[in-house]
Design a protein around this ligand. Sequence first.
Ligand code: ZN
Length: 324
Amino acid sequence: MKKFLILVVLLVICQTSFCWGFYAHQKINYYAVFLLPPQMLLFYKQNIQFISEHAIDPDKRRYAVAEEGPRHYIDIDKYGKYPYDSLPRRWDSAVVKFGEDTLNAHGIVPWWLQVMKASLTKAFKEKNTARILKLSAEIGHYLADAHVPLHASSNHDGQHTGQKGIHGFWESRIPELLAEKEWSFFIGKAEYIKNTPDFIWKRVLESAAAADTVLKFEKALSLKFSPDLRFAFEDRNGVVQRQYSSAYAKAYNDGLNGMIERRMRQSIFAVASFWYTAWVDAGQPDLSTLSNKTFTEEELGEFEALNKAWRSNEMKGRKETPGP
Ligand SMILES: [Zn+2]
């Protein structure tokens, strides 16, 4: 019993410290499937469970591989002021100017997404079912992260402004509380993205521009709520724990004027559009002829290793605090 309780506590701690939270990442990949054109829809629907479940693999990998962390964010404010023109948008030019170590230290999500897009296109060309599924699930994760304002700020968990926990508040607590009940995920169709680097940088700059609002509004709101109203023991995934209260979460969400719902919807659109664009760029292979997915021993081993590393609860690189 004691062991069981320890496990529950560990799981709760783990689940509160991820980008977009496990919940939102899985929903984003899930809903993205329904934006696809008919030639892709059947294949993705047949594999919707895999694509949703594995949306969180990149976060698990942060527990296994040190290089993983920087792929999820960019502390773009380290490069001056909006729109950060001093930072070359091309990787090779950015490396020449700042060096790889600096770029990695501040996060590389805009460039990593381009690597992922190329890998997914290749997998489509090769009609490699297992790779298509794995990379679709994972690019969905990084795209969603790029839409989160605090993934484009060095004050990523409010650690510089006495707001520790705001990261999980924005991207886990609020979506878990409101997405199912109050938000709409009826989004329309995936679109072909002509210039993927340009698309990614636009989303990242939007995130960066919104980070200030995310932080400032919470700071102002916190002054209106005494700590006993800000935090409460409430249910989370069947476990009662101390967290931001529903009332505080709702007030914050209202003040942000639909920002979190909007960014989640934009993430879903981006994910579907990247899958679609990779498929078109690969020459629109016939997905109905793809064989059942068969993962190699190595790939199966990696899934297992990710789960094991994640359960160890030792994140490599920087981390967010698990809330209050
Ligand atoms: Zn992430």
